[in-house]
Design a protein around this ligand. Structure first.
Ligand code: HH2
Length: 282
């Protein structure tokens, strides 16, 4: 038992701010701008390193929202947040016009669940904006993606897809250091057959050499593994997934429950440091 224990780097914690009327986990409680702002302040006080603001639900079966509506929902919120905090703000949108409006309001990260495939203008818009971009894997479209996801080798296919999208972003002029990758837990994936291998082999995506964002908070696979627990009863599973992500070397976790996640990651990090200090091979 002389093996050196792994040194676990604490990932950044991205708090989710939903400005949608139909988000699956917040039930639209944060639609009103004042309430969304209040919620964002709470996440910052709880220790969020980043905020992800979204106005179009990607929940399976959710209806699409127009760019105008998205901009109305997120731009004032981002501008208000920018007045009172320096923490990086990301915008969760697939539309270049919305990303542009969000950056003008003070966001610096474009979180795109379509990995810049939604519009032919997406790749060049990301390059022009010069912002960070999160390229996420999704099979199918949000409305129908959970109907029958099929993979021969889910981890291999997701890894190859992300490498290809990173190459496409680079070719379009996005700077290497701006690119993040995300396996897209729950996006066109069977809750257990596809999400679990991805969570178990996150290291293969980390090995591509880009920062990885993991979004597993309150997702369906937790309910599937816990007797059908509803979204608001998935805190333990969400924290467990964040810890697994940290152990695999992800750079950030996207979560609803910031305080609990920050605490769990801090304790995991402290224990890993203590294990290193006690290691005979130090
Ligand atoms: N998950 C959701 C939305 N955006 N973005 C990235 N990069 N990774 C994810 O895993 C991810 C994401 C879905 O979660 P939530 O925001 O809670 O629900 P909704 O889709 O209703 O906004």
């Amino acid at each position: 038992m002389n093996a050196r224990p792994p040194s676990i780097v604490r990932p950044k914690v991205m708090g989710i701010v939903n400005a949608t009327p139909d988000s699956f986990s917040d039930g639209g409680r944060f639609l009103a701008p004042a309430a969304a702002l209040e919620h964002a302040r709470r996440l910052i006080a709880d220790g969020a390193d980043l905020l992800d603001v979204g106005a179009e639900s990607t929940r399976p079966g959710a209806e699409p929202v127009s760019a105008e509506t998205e901009i109305e929902r997120i731009a004032p919120l981002i501008a208000a947040l920018r007045q009172e905090t320096d923490i990086p703000i990301s915008v969760d949108t697939m539309k270049p016009d919305v990303a542009r409006a969000a950056m003008a309001a003070g966001a610096t990260i474009w979180n795109d669940v379509t990995a810049l495939r939604h519009s032919p203008a997406s790749l060049s818009a990301a390059a022009d904006l010069g912002c960070d971009v999160v390229l996420m894997h999704m099979q199918g479209q949000p409305r129908t993606m959970q109907s029958e996801p099929v993979y021969a080798d889910v981890v291999g296919e997701v890894t190859t897809f992300l490498a290809e999208r990173a190459a496409a972003a680079l070719a379009a002029g996005v700077a290497r250091e701006r690119i993040w990758l995300d396996p897209g837990i729950g996006f066109g994936k069977h809750p257990i057959q596809h999400n679990l291998p991805l969570l178990a082999q996150l290291g293969r995506i980390v090995a591509l050499g880009f920062p990885v964002l993991l979004g597993a908070s309150r997702k369906a696979f937790i309910g599937a593994l816990d007797g059908g627990a509803p979204a608001d009863r998935r805190l333990g599973g969400s924290v467990a997934a964040a810890l697994a992500g940290a152990a695999a070397g992800v750079a950030a976790v996207r979560v609803h429950d910031v305080r609990e996640t920050v605490q769990a990651l801090a304790i995991q990090h402290a224990i890993s440091q203590a294990a290193l200090a006690a290691s005979p091979n130090r």
